[in-house]
Ligand binder design. Structure first.
Ligand code: SF4
Length: 316
């Protein structure tokens, strides 16, 4: 059983009234659905760095790769104030053991991408990164991050949440202490999940685990973690999922009746054609896993990567 996942979040998305105008940007999916499985660690860079609530509205200006954080009316430059605070904040956040961060989109402090940066003629280009978001992502390069706007896309949402759960399980394995057995157990359960993201990493990690005895434990863990994080950052596709589903079906070869095989192949094909969501073939495979008591597949996180209540894998 996983403890709650700790997730950093822009405070205004939780409904906290910390925006420049005293308002919020409450996101119900985040609080009401995702909130059941995560413990939020709210961060409002502008309010917490000393600018308070309410405050003057700000925007990014100048060079999109190193923009200034300017107040709109009085033209005050708060870049250094916010950046200094952010550098200290990320060090304090290390103790929180975060598994990811959800940023508020379009914010000059919290936006993680495509934030407007204005040139000296007052024209915006959407190429900026918020001052806090940039420092956070540089400090925690391996952590999954998203913004609430992108999380409305079902595919991006699913990918982000799956990464959170994978990272949490990895952290729990780390907490057990270094042992080849623990690593092999983790790897065995995540094989199909890794395969769904990257057949290349599936081979690489498999090879690494096979050579486990020849390596020192710190070296083994470090290389495994890098490979796992790289793999999980790559998106699954219909083609990769079909490959995994057929691979999983291979474990039933001898048990499935001809009719069951036909039905499963038909469902996989309908998924491939985009007629039905991934949850359908996965549910059917889970049904056979129970029916035939298939121990290896029972252990695969690919077949239950996150709680059903999150209603993921439900889109075509
Ligand atoms: S976007 Fe960021 S800085 Fe602005 S109110 Fe929300 S948390 Fe605070």
């Amino acid at each position: 059983m996983l403890n709650k996942i700790k997730l950093g979040i822009s405070s205004c998305l939780l409904g906290q009234k910390v925006r420049y105008d005293g308002g919020h940007k409450w996101d119900r999916f985040i609080t009401d659905t995702l909130g059941k499985f995560v413990e939020f660690v709210p961060v409002c860079p502008e309010a917490e760095c000393g600018l308070g609530v309410p405050r003057e509205a700000m925007r990014l200006e100048g060079d999109p790769s190193a923009p200034r954080l300017m107040t709109r009316r009085t033209r005050e430059d708060h870049t250094e104030l916010l950046a200094r605070w952010a550098q200290e904040k990320v060090v304090r956040l290390e103790a929180e053991d975060l598994c990811g961060f959800i940023f508020k989109s379009d914010s000059p402090s919290s936006g993680m991408e495509r934030v407007k940066v204005y040139n000296d003629r007052g024209m915006p280009v959407t190429k900026g990164v918020g001052v806090f978001a940039r420092i956070f992502m540089e400090h925690f390069p391996l952590l999954p991050v998203e913004d609430e706007g992108r999380l409305h896309d079902p595919g991006l949402r699913e990918h982000f949440i799956e990464r959170l759960f994978t990272l949490k399980r990895w952290r729990q394995t780390l907490a057990l202490g270094p042992s080849r057995g623990n690593l092999v157990d983790f790897h065995t359960r995540h094989k199909l999940l890794v395969l769904a993201h990257s057949p290349k990493h599936y081979r690489l990690l498999g090879k690494l685990v096979a050579q486990a005895k020849a390596m020192s434990l710190p070296q083994l863990y470090e290389q495994y973690q890098t490979g796992l994080m790289e793999a999980s950052s790559l998106k699954t596709t219909v083609k990769k999922n079909v490959n995994v589903l057929l691979h999983a079906m291979g474990y039933f070869k001898k048990q499935l009746s001809a009719g069951e095989k036909e039905e499963l192949l038909e469902v996989i094909e309908n998924y491939r054609k985009g007629y039905i969501p991934l949850i359908v073939p996965v549910t059917l495979i889970n049904h056979y896993v129970r029916k035939y008591d298939q121990a290896y597949l029972q252990s695969q996180y690919y077949l239950h990567p996150h709680p059903i209540e999150l209603k993921l894998r439900n889109h075509v």
